[in-house]
Design a protein around this ligand. Structure first.
Ligand code: JHZ
Length: 408
């Protein structure tokens, strides 16, 4: 099996009318945190994106092997409190609006540690599917039955044979992570009841191009979705987008409701109109994006260089996957950042991919007071600034790199 493959056509619609619009150079996988002894064996792969003029999708030109990306995964949903709260609310919505019988099946694709499903288990049958074997094992042990596997159309048949069709299929922050998305959607269609609903959340490309950081671009994310591109794909396999809503996750994501039944809400029509007005289906918009990233780089590097000239210390706050795109592309390494704190136990004790900055427990900040903190988990800025008021009262300043570089 190849570690990386250049795609010469659009993997969503098969068109060859695909234009390269972005090149961030070679990068390691954003979630491949590593031990010191593995520094010399580190992999890196081209990180380039292209736009498909036919189906309007924006995605990576190279596909890194999914096994390499997801089998040994360090990202744990439960490490980010705002996300856990967000999933509690979604679980309530699912049980209130869509579950009418305790025997109904709720299937989650990319269920990670079971943060969402654990809130549903008392009201319906639940089943998670996630390729990260250690995480799947732990989730099962904690009461959320989880199959350690990738989900695809073939696999959906065996789940259906064993567990029956699903009333709800849910998939959050994972539909950008699938190279053969059409096949996964076919699997969902196969397992979904006629009166069932497929709910999935993905980071919205409209946010990525305007407010959201370019740092959300990394090998795990094969696509940066617009509603247009998703709707084109779902329609091509006979599924219907019934509703859509914005959710304040990862900058701004969209929650899409799809199914087999017909009918489309006004929200869907409005968002399609808005995407058109924003130029999200036009090649020129994507071409301009590259310049914006370079401007952002200049600004942040200028601020950081000035701070370092004054011999001040900077540490990182949060070691999200996206932070590694930012650090690598901006060439901010371990000579600039002393360490990065992160609440995820499986990241602590490891080093960031490419830049080799140590990741440590946030407890270090009780003893150590840096001058500046680079907030790499900028998507949780509001909640983190509130939680770390005490640090700011001690004079520590937070550099927030996205959407516009600012110091608070
Ligand atoms: P967070 C993840 O990306 C991975 P990441 C994944 N590939 C994906 O697609 C996107 O989500 C959508 C830490 N933290 O959620 C925990 C603190 O240390 O922005 C996490 O490591 N203190 C599935 O990794 C990281 O920050 C805190 O107070 O970019 C946040 O990662 C909080 C709130 C978080 O996603």
């Amino acid at each position: 099996m190849k570690k990386v493959q250049l795609k010469n056509k659009c993997s969503l619609c098969g068109s060859k009318d695909v234009v390269k619009v972005l090149d961030l150079g070679n990068m390691p996988n954003a979630n491949s945190f590593l031990k010191k002894r593995h520094f010399s064996k580190e992999n890196s792969f081209p990180l380039q994106a292209s736009f498909c003029k036919k189906c309007k999708s924006f995605g990576l030109r190279h596909a890194v092997s999914s096994k390499l990306l997801f089998k040994n995964y360090v990202y744990i949903t439960g490490a980010s409190k705002p996300l856990v709260e967000h999933f509690e609310k979604l679980a309530n919505e699912i049980t209130e609006n869509f579950i009418h019988d305790k025997n109904d099946l709720v299937l989650e694709i990319g269920s990670n540690d079971g943060s969402l499903l654990k809130n549903i288990g008392k009201k319906a049958r639940i089943l998670g599917v996630d390729p990260a074997k250690d995480i799947a094992k732990k989730a099962t042990k904690s009461g959320v039955p989880t199959i350690a596997s990738f989900f695809n159309s073939k696999f959906s048949k065996s789940i259906k044979d064993k567990h029956g069709p699903a009333k709800v299929v849910v998939a959050n922050n994972v539909m950008a992570h699938v190279s053969d998305l059409k096949d996964v959607f076919l699997g969902v269609k196969n397992i979904l009841r006629e009166d069932g609903v497929f709910i999935f959340e993905v980071h919205w490309v409209g946010n990525l191009l305007t407010e959201g950081g370019f740092d959300q671009i990394y090998h795990e994310h094969f696509y940066y979705h617009s509603l247009h591109a998703l709707k084109n794909l779902l329609t091509s396999i006979g599924m219907n987008v019934s509703d859509v809503a914005f959710v304040p996750i990862h900058g701004q994501s969209i929650r899409v409701y799809a199914g087999i039944k017909k009918g489309t809400s006004q929200a869907v029509k409005n968002l399609l109109k808005r995407e058109k007005e924003m130029g999200l289906i036009s090649l020129t918009t994507y071409k301009k994006f590259s310049k914006k990233i370079k401007d952002n780089k200049k600004k942040l590097i200028k601020i950081i260089s000035e701070i370092k000239k004054q011999n001040k210390r900077i540490v990182g706050y949060g070691a999200p996957a996206k932070g590694n795109t930012l650090l690598n592309y901006f060439e901010i390494g371990n000579k600039i950042i002393d360490y990065i704190t992160d609440t995820t136990p499986s990241k602590q004790g490891l080093y960031t991919p490419g830049t080799h900055i140590p990741v440590v427990s946030p407890d270090i900040l009780i003893e150590d007071t840096p001058d500046y903190v680079l907030l790499l988990s900028w998507n949780y800025a509001e909640s983190i600034l509130e939680k770390e008021k005490w640090l700011r009262e001690k004079g520590v300043k937070f550099i927030i790199p996205v959407p516009k570089v600012r110091i608070v």
